[in-house]
Structure formats: structure tokens, C-alpha cells
Ligand binder design. Sequence first.
Ligand SMILES: *[C@@H]1O[C@H](CO)[C@@H](O)[C@H](O)[C@H]1NC(C)=O
Ligand SMILES: *[C@@H]1O[C@H](CO)[C@@H](O)[C@H](O)[C@H]1NC(C)=O
Ligand SMILES: *[C@@H]1O[C@H](CO)[C@@H](O)[C@H](O)[C@H]1NC(C)=O
Ligand SMILES: *[C@@H]1O[C@H](CO)[C@@H](O)[C@H](O)[C@H]1NC(C)=O
Ligand SMILES: *[C@@H]1O[C@H](CO)[C@@H](O)[C@H](O)[C@H]1NC(C)=O
Ligand SMILES: *[C@@H]1O[C@H](CO)[C@@H](O)[C@H](O)[C@H]1NC(C)=O
Ligand SMILES: *[C@@H]1O[C@H](CO)[C@@H](O)[C@H](O)[C@H]1NC(C)=O
Ligand SMILES: *[C@@H]1O[C@H](CO)[C@@H](O)[C@H](O)[C@H]1NC(C)=O
Ligand SMILES: *[C@@H]1O[C@H](CO)[C@@H](O)[C@H](O)[C@H]1NC(C)=O
Ligand SMILES: *[C@@H]1O[C@H](CO)[C@@H](O)[C@H](O)[C@H]1NC(C)=O
Length: 452
Amino acid sequence: MSQTQYHFFFFISMLLPFFIVSSYVHSQIQCLEDQKTLLLQLKNTLVFNSSYSTKLVKWNKTRDCCSWDGIECDSAGHVITLNLEYETILGGIDNSSSFFGLRYLEKLNLAFNKFDGEIQIYNLTHLTHLNLSHAGFGGQVQIELSRLRSLVSLDLSATFMTVLKLEHPNLKMLVQNLTGLRELKLDRVDILAQGSDWCLVISSSLPNLRILSLIDCNLSGPLDPSLLPLYYLSVLRLDWNNLSPSVLALFANFSSLTTLSLCHCSLQGTFPAMIFQMPTLQYLDLSLNELLSVTVPQFFQSRSLRIMFLSSTNSSGSLPNSISNFSMLSTIDLSGCKFSGSIPSTLFNPTELTYVYLSGNFFTGSIPPFHLSKKLTHIHLGNNRLTGSLSSTHFKGLLNLEYIDLGYNMLGGSIPESLFGLSSLQCLHLSKNQFRGAVNEFSIPILLACIP
Ligand SMILES: *[C@@H]1O[C@H](CO)[C@@H](O)[C@H](O)[C@H]1NC(C)=O
Ligand SMILES: *[C@@H]1O[C@H](CO)[C@@H](O)[C@H](O)[C@H]1NC(C)=O
Ligand SMILES: *[C@@H]1O[C@H](CO)[C@@H](O)[C@H](O)[C@H]1NC(C)=O
Ligand SMILES: *[C@@H]1O[C@H](CO)[C@@H](O)[C@H](O)[C@H]1NC(C)=O
Ligand SMILES: *[C@@H]1O[C@H](CO)[C@@H](O)[C@H](O)[C@H]1NC(C)=O
Ligand SMILES: *[C@@H]1O[C@H](CO)[C@@H](O)[C@H](O)[C@H]1NC(C)=O
Ligand SMILES: *[C@@H]1O[C@H](CO)[C@@H](O)[C@H](O)[C@H]1NC(C)=O
Ligand SMILES: *[C@@H]1O[C@H](CO)[C@@H](O)[C@H](O)[C@H]1NC(C)=O
Ligand SMILES: *[C@@H]1O[C@H](CO)[C@@H](O)[C@H](O)[C@H]1NC(C)=O
Ligand SMILES: *[C@@H]1O[C@H](CO)[C@@H](O)[C@H](O)[C@H]1NC(C)=O
């Protein structure tokens, strides 16, 4: 309900009995009789399991169809949104379906169902948002989708179970007329494209694209400069493809980029430090590129980066004190790399810092106090070469701390009692260090709560 509607509702409800109010509110948007009939027909033709359904199962003619779950109407009473995600719908939808009568539909979401037949929705020419992700469809993507020229957002992401292919039609045939698309998600669709062809196809057809997600699409070409005309690109997710040998400096040319996700892309060489300087970048994932070398540069201007995953890369060097210049940082994962030197005390300055994974590196020196980051829940520093001892100030005020791994280091001294008073702590790994005193008594019961 909008602010104005709310105030109006409140005002009226002070003066009139409730039944008058509710009939008034309903009369504002009332479902047209033909729309209701079409929806009830649709409900009858769809095969779904009523023990799992939360929307369809509740549709019935006693109520205005514009108030049914999953339905939105325009001011004239036409159904413009149909959201049937997670309804366990089986089978297909053919020409005879009452879908075609719902000709005003703008948003259709059938995500997370179990369709196995065809679905013929290409007559819904007003569609702006179509979400068929995890809907169950396999085989070739239907060419008919390419006729939905009003589309702004298209999501065909598949599951691991279904094999969805873009071969006939290919990527070009699918998108070349969908020039209004701002969001395209084809995760796990097998895109059969030669080399870098997909870059040119996307950039020449979809100049308005903001969000591009092609995770695990069997792409084998490097990223190509032909992608650069996508001025508005803000989210780029290309994880689990073979993008070797890409020119990594290209990414810095997308001046609106907020998310860059390139996990497991067979990237090689040196990651350009200038990408850390991008003023818009909030999310960077380069993990599982074993041949990629990243060094965290000395000076940053970026205050936007929140999430940084560099785990299992060939990254090395030490962390500069200026790392605290990433003042919005909430997650840093550098595990399984070759970082060395001491852990800068400034690392724990960012107030949003929640997850710190530095395990499996060559960090030396002592552990700086964590207490500046009050939101910390996970600290993983295991498998390094850390020395020195822990004091009670290390853990001061860390009321949210759930998981600490300091195992496999060379820490000594006694374990501060305050560690065991942390109310949220579920898991504590201290083994394989040189602590003095009754370690075992304390750590064993807590260790049991650790998820392996
Ligand atoms: C619906 O789900 C329930 C619970 O899993 C199951 O017992 C029932 O057989 C299902 N019905 C159909 C028609 O698949
Ligand atoms: C129709 O749906 C409403 C709300 O879900 C429910 O309260 C009512 O009992 C239903 N009526 C019939 C006839 O099923
Ligand atoms: C659906 O309609 C199209 C064109 O209108 C036709 O080619 C196709 O055979 C029809 N499919 C079914 C299952 O009726
Ligand atoms: C779909 O649109 C085509 C062309 O406008 C039309 O010939 C056909 O009859 C429509 N099919 C249905 C099932 O409405
Ligand atoms: C499609 O729907 C699913 C399920 O709600 C959601 O996770 C996904 O983000 C949606 N896709 C788009 C492009 O909004
Ligand atoms: C795209 O539109 C053009 C011009 O309207 C048309 O000739 C072409 O067949 C369309 N392509 C696809 C794949 O629908
Ligand atoms: C990936 O594409 C190649 C052809 O380029 C094909 O032979 C292979 O089966 C595809 N792999 C998967 C998992 O679809
Ligand atoms: C990419 O950015 C670099 C540095 O800002 C610039 O020199 C280069 O010309 C740009 N490339 C393209 C193709 O725009
Ligand atoms: C990994 O990084 C080291 C520098 O730390 C470099 O000497 C080595 O060549 C890199 N390995 C690969 C495969 O890039
Ligand atoms: C970055 O951090 C360094 C050292 O902590 C500091 O001297 C410098 O002023 C910071 N730069 C910016 C742009 O905040």
C-alpha cells in the first residue's frame, strides 16, 4: 500500500465500519470477469501438487482475482503480473491454454517448477519480464522467445539436472531483436558459440544491458574488447567458463561496474591493480583461478568494495596498511593463496567487516586485535605461521563471533578466559599451536559444534 493510500485508509477507517472500507478498497482495482475466468481455467489446466502450492491452491472465485497471491492488475482490472514461482507445476503449456487470453501480461514468473513439455507464450507481446529460471525446461531454447520484443528482463537459468541449449536457435537468433533487454541471465545454459563470438553478439544486440549473467555456460573464448560498448553494464558474472587468455585490463573500462564475478575461469597472468581503484566496484570474485596472480595494491581510492574473494589463486605479497581504505569491506577471502608478511592491524578497522578468511597462507607475526570490527562473525587464520600470544583485548566486544580458526600456527602463551565467554561462539579451532595450560578441557566441547 502506498503512503497516500495508507493515510486514506486510516482516515476512512476512523469514520466508517470496516466492511464499508474493505469494499471501497477492493472497488479501486477490481478484477474483470473475463480475466478471472481465464485464471480459473488456467488453474484447472495446470498440473500441480496442492500440498506444495501456496498460491494456485488458494485461488477461488469468491474473491477479487486482483487480490489473489501471485496476481497484480492494472487500474483497469487487467492482469499484468502472474507469478507462479515454486508451485511444483508439471507438464507443459500449449496453444489451448488460457495464457493467451491474458494478453496484458507484463511480468510472468514461472521459476522453480517442474515443466517438462513445451511452453507457448510468444503471443504475450507485452511481456517485459520473463522468468523461466529453474522451471524444468530442457532441450533447445525456444526460438519463439525472440519475438518478445518488449522484454527488459529475461532469465532462463537452468539447473544442473536439465540440459538447456542455445544452438538452434543460437545466442544471436535469441537476442538480436530483444534490444530493450537490461537484464539477461542464462546460467548453466549450454551456449554453443565459437571463441569470443558471444561478446560481439551481446554487445551489438543489447546496448542497454545492465546485468549479464552467463555462469557455467560452456563458453570457451576469451573476453573480447567487442564487449566494451556495453556502457551501462553494472553486473558481470561469468563464473565457471574457460575465459583464457583474456586481457584482464578490459574490465576496468566498464565504468559502471558494481559486480565482477569470474570464479573458476582459467584466468592467467597478473590481475591489473587498477581494477581495485574502480570507484563503483562492490563485489569482486576471482577465486579458483590457480594461475592468476593478484597483489593487493598499496593505495586505493575505492571506498565501495564490500566483498573480495581471491581464494585459491596464485596471489602473493603482503597486505598493505592502506587496506583499511576499503572502508565498506564486509567479506575478505584470501584463503589458499601465497600471501605473506604480517596481518596489518588496520585490516580490522572497517566497521562492516563480518567474514575474514586468511587461512592457508604464509602470514607471520602476531595477531592484531579484532575488536574494532564489532560485526565479525567468522575469523579464519588457520594454517599460517602466526606467532605471539592472545590477550583478552583481542576478543573484546565481539558479541557476534561464531567461528574462530587459529589452528596450525605457532601461537603460544595461555588462552584468555574471555574467549570462552563469547556468547555467540559455536566453533573454536586452536589445535596444533603451542598454547600453555588447559586447552583441551576448554576446546573439545566447543569443537564439537563445528561444521566440518
Ligand atoms: C504431493 O506431495 C505429497 C507430499 O510429498 C505426496 O505425498 C503426494 O503424492 C504428491 N501428489 C502428487 C499428485 O504428486
Ligand atoms: C477462497 O479463498 C479464501 C482465501 O484463501 C478462503 O478463505 C475461502 O475459504 C475460499 N473459499 C472457497 C469456497 O474455497
Ligand atoms: C500452436 O500454434 C502454432 C502456430 O499458431 C502451430 O504451429 C502449432 O502446431 C500449435 N501447437 C499445438 C500443440 O497446437
Ligand atoms: C498468436 O499470434 C498469431 C499472430 O498474431 C496468431 O495468428 C495466432 O492465432 C495466435 N495464437 C493464439 C493461440 O492466440
Ligand atoms: C527469477 O526468479 C527467481 C526465483 O524467485 C529469482 O531467484 C531470480 O532472481 C529471478 N530472476 C530475475 C532476473 O529476476
Ligand atoms: C528480427 O527482426 C527482423 C526484422 O523485423 C526479422 O527480419 C528477423 O527475422 C528477426 N529475427 C528473429 C530471430 O526473430
Ligand atoms: C561444451 O561445448 C562443447 C562444444 O564446444 C561440447 O562438445 C560439450 O559437450 C559441451 N559441454 C557441455 C557440458 O555441455
Ligand atoms: C580502456 O581504458 C584504458 C584506460 O582507461 C584506455 O586507455 C583504453 O583506450 C580503453 N579502451 C577502450 C577500447 O575503450
Ligand atoms: C605464481 O606467482 C609467483 C610469484 O609469487 C610466480 O613466480 C609464478 O610464476 C606464478 N605462477 C604462475 C603459474 O603464474
Ligand atoms: C589510505 O590509507 C593510508 C594508510 O592507512 C592513508 O595514509 C591514506 O591517506 C589513505 N588514502 C585514502 C585515499 O584514504
